[in-house]
Design a protein. Structure first.
Length: 101
């Protein structure tokens, strides 16, 4: 049995939604940091990017990406959002929200 990543799970869930009452999409990748996003996972993020663009096109839902700012050593994931979600970023369709956690 293959274990799916959180990013794959989010993408698959979005692809199966039929609700006309959906009003928002918030993504909080708690365990993802630039150091933990492996090269193989970038394709999963690209798939998520395409799904979120489709959702914006069909439902006018602007996704929120919640990240945890890192102080001191290391960088937070927000610096990599243009790489992980390039089409959303290019179109200005994603809201980046810093979390205190």
């Amino acid at each position: 049995m293959k274990v799916r990543s959180t990013v794959q799970w989010i993408t698959m869930t979005l692809q199966t939604l039929n609700s006309k009452n959906l009003q928002s999409i918030t993504i909080e990748p708690h365990n993802a940091t630039p150091e933990t996003v492996e090269e193989g996972a970038y394709q999963e993020w690209q798939d998520l990017d395409r799904s979120l663009v489709q959702f914006w096109t069909s439902h006018s839902i602007r996704p929120r990406f919640v990240y945890v700012p890192r102080w001191g050593k290391g960088k937070d994931l927000v610096a990599d959002v243009p790489i992980l979600l390039p089409e959303l970023t290019r179109r200005g369709l994603v809201d980046l929200v810093g979390s205190r956690w």
